[in-house]
Design a protein around this ligand. Structure first.
Ligand SMILES: *Cc1c(COP(=O)(O)O)cnc(C)c1O
Length: 478
C-alpha cells in the first residue's frame, strides 16, 4: 500500500486550493442570498426525492460540484425571506472560526486538549454573568445546545435541592418541577429523563397573553406537595418558543426564593436580550435565577450548536456530575475550572468559545445589542402591520421577534380557516420565496414567523402578506 489516498487527503496544497474556492463560493452565496437576488430561500423537495438525488449523486455526481449542490439544496438563512425557525443567519466570521475549530479539533475534555479555548470560555462566561448581573461567585460553561443545557441545569437543581442524593443512591423519592404549559418540550423531556414521570412535571396554565399565570403557582405548589412530591425547581421561559412571550421572571424569582426551590431561566432564544439596551427589561429578575441558558446559535449570530449555561453560584456547576455524594474537594474550585468535562454532560465537545470570543473581540458586546434590538424592533413593526390589516389577526401582541398570526375572514369558521392557513403555509414552502412555519395554539393554526435576519425589512413583510392574501382568495372560494 503506498497510502496515496492518505497523502491526498492531508495535502496542504489541495486544502489551500479547495479552501480558497469554497470561500469564494460562500462569499458569492452570501452576497446573492442577503440581497435576495437568489429569489428562493428554499428549493423544496420531498424527502424521498432528496434522498434519490443524493443517493444518485454518490455514484454519478461531480466531486467538484459537491459544495455547490449542497448550497443549492439547503435552506438559506441569510435570505431576507427566511423567517422560519429560530436559527441564526450566522455572522460570517463565525464560519471562519468554525473552520479553525474544524482543523484544530481540540477536544476540550481536559485542559491540555484545548488550552486557549478553555481559557477563552471562562472569559466569555464571566462576561455573560456580569451582564446578567450575577456576582463574582457566578460561573458556568458552554455546552451542546439548549436542550442539553436545560437538562444539565435541572440535574444541578436536583443535586442541590433534592432531599435524597439520587446520583449516589438512586431513588423512590418523588420529585417535580414547575413550568409554564407553553415551555419548550425539552423541559418536559428533561424531567422524564430524570425519572420524574408525568406527574413530576407540573404545568402551570398561561394567561391570555401566553405568559405563565403567576397567580396559579401557589396553588399548584400546594397541591403537588400534598400529593407527596418535592418540588425542586421552577422554570421561566424567556421567551417561550411557540409565542415569543417572556414569562414574568421577577415574580417567578420571588416565588422560588420564598419556597426555597431552584429558579431556572430557559432563555435559549431570548437570552441575547441581556445585551439590548432597549429590551433588556424583558428579563427583569434574571439575576434572581440560580441558572440560565442562552443559545449562541439562535439570537447571537453563531453556528449550531453552542449554548451558555450560567450559574448564580458557580460552585453548583461543579457538583452536578460529581460521583461521590459526600465529596471533599481535592482541589479548590479555582484550580479545577479548567477541566471542563467534569462539569459538562459532554466528554469531547468542540471549541465553542471561539465564536463567542471572536465576536466580542472584533465587534464588542454592542454587536449583540444591535442584532437583538434590530430583530425585536422588526417584530414590533411586523405586529403593527398585521394589526392594521383586517385580513390578519395576531395570537398575541409580539414581545420579541417571534410572531404568530393567521389569515382571517369573518364569514369563515375556525375549522376552514385552519385548513386555509395550513394550505397557505404549505404553498409558501413549495414556492420557496419565503420561509415561515406554522404552530397550533389552543386548536387554532397560526402562521409563525421568527424574524432572524436583520436585513429583512418592511417591504419583505408587505410582500409576504400580499402573497398570503393572493393565496387565500381561491381557498376561500373553494
Ligand atoms: C430552541 C429552544 C430550546 C432548545 O434549544 P436547542 O439549542 O435547540 O437544543 C429550548 N428552549 C427554548 C425556549 C427554545 O427556544
Amino acid at each position: 500500500m503506498n497510502k496515496q489516498l492518505i497523502k491526498a487527503a492531508y495535502s496542504p496544497e489541495d486544502f489551500r486550493n479547495s479552501g480558497h474556492e469554497l470561500i469564494d463560493l460562500i462569499a458569492d452565496h452570501l452576497d446573492t442570498a442577503m440581497k435576495g437576488t437568489s429569489s428562493k430561500v428554499i428549493n423544496y423537495a420531498q424527502p424521498t426525492e432528496e434522498y434519490e438525488f443524493w443517493n444518485n449523486y454518490l455514484q454519478v455526481g461531480e466531486a467538484s460540484e459537491l459544495n455547490k449542490a449542497i448550497i443549492n439544496r439547503s435552506i438559506h438563512l441569510h435570505h431576507p425571506g427566511y423567517m422560519g425557525h429560530q436559527i441564526s443567519p450566522v455572522a460570517p466570521v463565525t464560519a471562519l472560526t468554525s473552520l479553525l475549530n474544524g482543523i484544530l479539533n481540540n477536544g476540550m475534555g481536559i485542559y491540555e486538549m484545548g488550552m486557549a479555548p478553555t481559557a477563552m470560555e471562562r472569559v466569555v462566561i464571566e462576561q455573560l454573568c456580569k451582564v446578567v448581573g450575577y456576582s463574582h461567585n457566578s460561573g458556568g460553561f458552554l455546552t451542546s445546545g439548549g436542550t442539553l443545557a436545560n437538562l444539565t441545569a435541572l440535574l444541578s437543581a436536583r443535586k442541590r435541592i433534592g432531599l435524597n442524593d439520587v446520583w449516589e443512591n438512586g431513588t423512590a423519592h418523588k420529585m417535580a418541577i414547575m413550568v409554564s404549559e407553553e415551555a419548550h418540550y425539552c423541559i418536559d423531556r428533561a424531567a422524564r429523563i430524570m425519572g420524574f414521570g408525568t406527574d413530576g412535571i407540573v404545568k402551570i396554565p398561561v394567561t391570555e397573553n401566553f405568559e405563565i399565570n403567576t397567580a396559579l403557582m401557589e396553588d399548584a405548589f400546594k397541591k403537588t406537595t400534598e400529593k407527596g412530591y418535592q418540588i425542586i425547581a421552577i422554570v421561566g421561559s424567556a421567551p417561550s418558543t411557540a409565542t415569543g412571550i417572556y414569562d414574568n421572571l421577577d415574580a417567578i424569582g420571588d416565588f422560588a426564593l420564598a419556597k426555597g426551590i431552584w429558579f431556572h431561566i430557559d432563555a435559549a432564544h431570548g437570552g441575547g436580550a441581556i445585551f439590548s439596551g432597549k429590551y433588556r427589561s424583558l428579563l427583569k429578575g434574571m439575576n434572581k435565577a440560580d441558572s440560565m441558558v442562552i443559545d449562541g446559535h439562535k439570537m447571537m449570530m453563531m453556528p449550531s450548536i453552542t449554548t451558555a449555561l450560567l450559574f448564580k453560584k458557580g460552585k453548583d456547576s461543579y457538583n452536578t456530575f460529581r460521583q461521590k455524594a459526600d465529596y471533599l474537594l481535592q482541589e479548590s474550585e479555582d484550580e479545577d475550572w479548567y477541566n471542563l468535562a467534569k462539569r459538562t454532560f459532554e466528554c469531547t465537545k468542540y471549541m465553542m468559545s471561539l465564536h463567542w470570543y471572536t465576536l466580542l473581540k472584533i465587534y464588542g458586546k454592542s454587536i449583540f445589542d444591535e442584532f437583538v434590538t434590530t430583530l425585536y424592533d422588526l417584530g414590533q413593526k411586523f405586529g403593527l402591520i398585521l394589526e392594521s390589516d383586517p385580513s390578519f389577526e395576531v395570537a398575541v401582541k409580539p414581545m420579541s421577534n417571534i410572531i404568530c398570526f393567521r389569515f382571517i375572514n369573518k364569514d369563515i369558521d375556525l375549522f376552514s380557516l385552519n385548513k386555509i392557513n395550513a394550505t397557505i403555509r404549505q404553498q409558501l414552502l413549495e414556492e420557496g420565496e419565503f420561509y415561515i412555519v406554522q404552530s397550533k395554539i389552543k386548536e387554532i393554526i397560526y402562521l409563525r414567523v421568527t424574524i432572524m435576519n436583520p436585513f429583512t425589512n418592511e417591504e419583505h413583510f408587505k410582500e409576504l402578506l400580499d402573497n398570503i392574501k393572493r393565496k387565500a382568495i381561491p381557498l376561500i372560494n373553494a
